[in-house]
Ligand binder design. Structure first.
Ligand code: CAA
Length: 232
C-alpha cells in the first residue's frame, strides 16, 4: 500500500489516507487501494474500522482535482464509478466504520465520511460539498447520502452554496455525532470502537444492515426484515 496506512489492534483496524502533501486527496490509486483493503476486511475477523487522514489538516480534500482537470468524460465516468464502488463497499461492510474527521472533509472527502456509520470530528474540521464551485455536482454519492443524513433542505443548502461548515454546525445538523479535541480525536474514537467490539459481531453487523435497509424501504418491509433477522 502506497497511500493507505493500515494499523490493526484488538480487532480495530485504522485506515489512514496517507497523502498529506495533497491534503489526502483521493486519486484513482487511493481508491484502488481502498478496494483491496475493503475486500480483505469483508473476509477477515476485524470488528470495527476507523478511517482518518494523515496529518493535522485534512481528513480528505476530496477527489483529485489535478487528475480531474486532465481527463475526459470516459475516464471521469470510470473515476466516479470507482468512487461509488469504494463508498458502497464501506456502507455495505457488515462491520461498523467510523470516520475520524481531523480537518477538511470536502467533496469526495465529505462523501467518504457520509458512507461511514458514525462520524467523529475535531474542532478544526471543515465539512462541505464544494463541487458546484468547480462547475460539477457531487459525484461520489453526496446528493443521496447527505439527503438521507441531514434531510433535503440542509442537503440542498450545503450542495447549492458549496459552503464549508465547522464541526459544531455539522453536529447541530446530525452530520457529525460528536466532537473531540484534536489531541483526543483518535484515542476517543479507538476507545468507542473498542466498546463496540465487545459486542456480538453478528448482532452489530445485522443491525447496521437493518438500519441501512430501513432508510430505503417502507416501514412494513423494514419491520419484517427485523423480525426475520431477530429470529435467526
Ligand atoms: N485534489 C488534489 N490536490 C489537492 C486537493 C484536491 N482535492 N486539495 C488540495 N490539494 C493540494 C493542493 O493542490 C496543494 O498542492 P501543492 O502544494 O502541490 O500545490 C496541497 O494540496 C495543499 O493545498 P492548498 O495549498 O490549497 O492548502 P490551503 O490550506 O491553502 O487550502 C483547501 C486548503 C481549502 C482545502 C484547498 O486545498 C481546497 O479548496 N482544496 C480543494 C477542495 C475541493 O474542492 N474538493 C472537492 C474536490 S471535487 C470532488 O471531490 C468531486 C466529487 O464529488 C467526487
Amino acid at each position: 500500500m502506497q497511500y493507505l496506512k493500515i494499523e490493526k489492534e484488538d480487532g480495530i483496524v485504522q485506515i489512514t489516507i496517507d497523502r498529506e502533501d495533497k491534503l489526502n486527496a483521493m486519486s484513482l490509486d487511493v481508491m484502488n487501494e481502498f478496494i483491496s483493503v475493503l475486500d480483505e476486511l469483508e473476509k477477515d475477523s476485524s470488528k470495527v474500522i476507523i478511517i482518518t487522514g494523515a496529518g493535522q489538516k485534512a481528513f480528505s480534500a476530496g477527489a483529485d482535482i489535478e487528475y480531474m482537470s486532465k481527463i475526459g468524460p470516459t475516464e471521469a465516468e470510470k473515476y466516479a464509478i470507482r468512487g461509488h464502488e469504494v463508498l458502497n463497499k464501506i456502507e455495505k461492510l457488515e462491520k461498523p466504520v467510523i470516520a475520524a474527521i481531523n480537518g477538511y472533509a470536502l467533496g469526495g472527502g465529505c462523501e467518504l465520511a457520509l458512507s461511514c456509520d458514525i462520524r467523529f470530528a475535531s474542532p478544526n474540521a471543515q465539512l462541505g460539498q464544494p463541487e458546484v464551485t468547480l462547475g460539477i455536482c457531487p459525484g461520489w454519492g453526496g446528493t443521496q447520502r447527505l439527503l438521507r443524513i441531514v434531510g433535503p433542505a440542509r442537503a440542498k443548502d450545503l450542495i447549492f452554496s458549496g459552503r464549508r461548515i465547522n464541526a459544531e454546525e455539522a453536529m447541530s445538523m446530525g452530520l457529525v455525532n460528536k466532537v473531540f479535541s484534536s489531541e483526543n480525536l483518535l484515542s476517543e474514537t479507538k476507545s468507542y470502537a473498542k466498546n463496540i467490539a465487545k459486542n456480538s459481531n453478528y448482532a452489530v453487523g445485522i443491525s447496521k444492515m437493518l438500519v441501512n435497509r430501513g432508510m430505503d424501504t417502507n416501514l412494513d418491509t423494514g419491520l419484517k426484515l427485523e423480525i426475520y433477522s431477530w429470529s435467526l
